[in-house]
Design a protein around this ligand. Structure first.
Ligand SMILES: Nc1ncnc2c1ncn2[C@@H]1O[C@H](COP(=O)(O)OP(=O)(O)O)[C@@H](O)[C@H]1O
Ligand SMILES: [Mg+2]
Length: 146
């Protein structure tokens, strides 16, 4: 498998969470990942994209999400989900399990915890009123397909 890179940009609406999941699945398919690996990557991507949809653009709800996907020949997949919204003031607090700024009954505050449990590494970078960039990294077990 050669190194690969794909970038897609889409508007921040809930309908595009499914699109983003499908892009992640399609991008990783050539590595012949296990069902579990694909499910984990799709779920992590879903959480990152739904955060951008729900939290980034406030009441206007208008904005773009950029998704960059990279893979190395060794099977390491890097997925960047970026928005240009309100940003996160306190990243450490936001990443803590159960922390949410949304209505409690609406969301559970487990998005970042889910991303962390399903990926090898999660990097969150954010600047107030500039946007947020979540980097999800996972190395697939390439020995499975042999
Ligand atoms: N892309 C984003 N833009 C702005 N704020 C965000 C973004 N992603 C996450 N946040 C903040 O981090 C908090 C925690 O996110 P998360 O763990 O996914 O829980 P939830 O989405 O259920 O609130 C959110 O409530 C929100 O305040
Ligand atoms: Mg969330």
């Amino acid at each position: 498998m050669k190194d690969n890179a794909v970038t897609v940009e889409f508007i921040a609406i809930p309908e595009n969470e499914k699109f983003a999941r499908m892009v992640a699945a399609a991008f990783t398919a050539p590595f012949d990942p296990t069902v579990e690996e694909v499910t984990e990557i799709k779920t992590a991507v879903s959480e990152a994209v739904s955060n951008a949809v729900i939290h980034a653009y406030g009441a206007s709800g208008k904005g773009l999400i950029r998704m960059e996907l990279w893979s190395s020949e060794k099977g390491t997949v890097t997925i960047v989900v970026e928005d240009y919204g309100i940003g996160i003031e306190d990243i450490t607090a936001a990443r803590a399990p159960l922390f949410t700024t949304a209505a409690v009954e609406e969301r559970s505050g487990m998005g970042f915890a889910i991303m962390e449990s399903f990926m090898d590494k999660v990097v969150v970078e954010s600047e107030k009123d500039k946007g947020t960039r979540v980097t999800l990294i996972k190395t697939l077990d390439l020995s499975c397909g042999l």
